[in-house]
Ligand binder design. Structure first.
Ligand code: SAM
Ligand code: ZN
Length: 307
């Protein structure tokens, strides 16, 4: 299976994870094993890399690409990381990576139905099972559609697009990415139609909703933190501001100590920081990487160390 995906912020991620040859590392979004191969190649036979992905295609490719390394690849959701490690009798990890969002492979395979650039059945399921984009588009009410277009896509024409979807499906279900893309183009004001991607935000919003990405991210960050050894590092790469905000806030909560009001003469809450922020500002791609890999434009890497 062709799996073309260039890992983003690779050298920066490796530097921040500070891989120890005998350590245990978890890649919660193993994808095409771009980051994982580099991590695993730094391990001795006493080290271990565990790669997780909810997409069976990614699991098959990563398994093949990691076969010569001390690595195990498991199909699963990173929000279940604690339970997965328990089943493997592994208590804690020295480093964990989450490289969020879709892979280029998922976008480039038309039949996965993620892309507005090719016509295919509406699908967008990373795990290839359960509730799909077809189900969402053809069963959710106008209010719910509007809500996700706004909350997950920051789409300013959410009301018009939601209304157009409801109208269209009174005749027949909306079946393909092409039909949906055309609906969006017709729903937005004419001057936006000439924009390169008037559908981008709608497709992003539907993908996030179908895969329940933010809920998994919130649970997944807690689960990953619970799996870290003291001194272990958690690195997260995000691709848009909504995702990044969730990571930033969670990291800030863990790194904050005392929460007493500033006018208290002494601390009564007893809260101490659980983690140390290793990236004051998020790490972004340099000029060379941005020119070479378009996906890296919006990538932000944040890293903490558990105390
Ligand atoms: C950006 S790609 C990772 C690419 C990988 N770092 C590489 O260099 O090849 C994101 C991957 O995360 C997976 N994924 C997204 N959400 C997930 C979740 N909640 N649990 C497990 N895997 C997830 C997707 O299926 C996709 O394969
Ligand atoms: Zn306090």
């Amino acid at each position: 299976m062709e799996f073309a995906h260039i890992p983003v912020l690779l050298s920066e991620t490796l530097e921040y994870l500070a891989v120890r040859p005998d350590g245990i590392y978890i890649d919660g979004t193993v994808g095409g094993a771009g980051h994982s191969r580099e991590i695993a190649s730094r391990l001795s036979e006493n080290g271990l890399l565990i790669g997780l992905d909810r997409d069976p295609d990614a699991v098959a490719v990563a398994t093949a690409r990691l076969q010569d390394f001390p690595a195990k690849v498991i199909q699963g959701n990173y929000s279940q990381m604690r339970q997965i490690l328990d089943r493997l009798n592994i208590f804690a990890a020295d480093g964990i990576l989450l490289d969020l969002g879709v892979s280029s492979h998922q976008l480039d395979e038309p039949e996965r139905g993620f892309s507005y650039q090719t016509n295919a059945p509406l699908d967008m399921r990373m795990s290839q099972e359960g509730f799909s984009a077809y189900d969402l588009i053809n069963s959710w009410d106008e209010q719910s559609l509007k809500k996700i277009l706004w909350a997950y896509g920051e789409e300013k024409f959410a009301p018009q697009i939601a209304h157009a979807i409801i109208q269209a499906r009174t005749n027949a279900p909306v079946k393909t990415t092409g039909e949906l893309a055309e609906l969006v183009r017709q729903a937005v004001p004419q001057k936006y139609r000439r924009e390169k991607n008037p559908c981008k935000k709608t497709f992003q919003a539907i993908r996030i909703a179908v895969n329940d990405e933010f809920e998994h991210l919130r649970i997944g960050l807690d689960s990953a933190f619970a799996c870290l050894n003291t001194g272990g590092r958690l690195a997260v790469i995000t691709f848009h501001s909504l995702e990044d905000r969730i990571v930033k806030q969670k990291f800030a909560d863990w790194c904050r100590g005392c929460t007493c009001p500033p006018d208290f003469p002494q601390c009564v809450c007893g809260n101490r920081p659980k983690a140390r922020l290793l990236t004051r500002k998020p790490i972004t791609a340099g000029k060379a990487e941005s020119e070479q890999n378009h996906r890296s434009h919006s990538a932000k890497l944040r890293v903490i160390q558990k105390l």
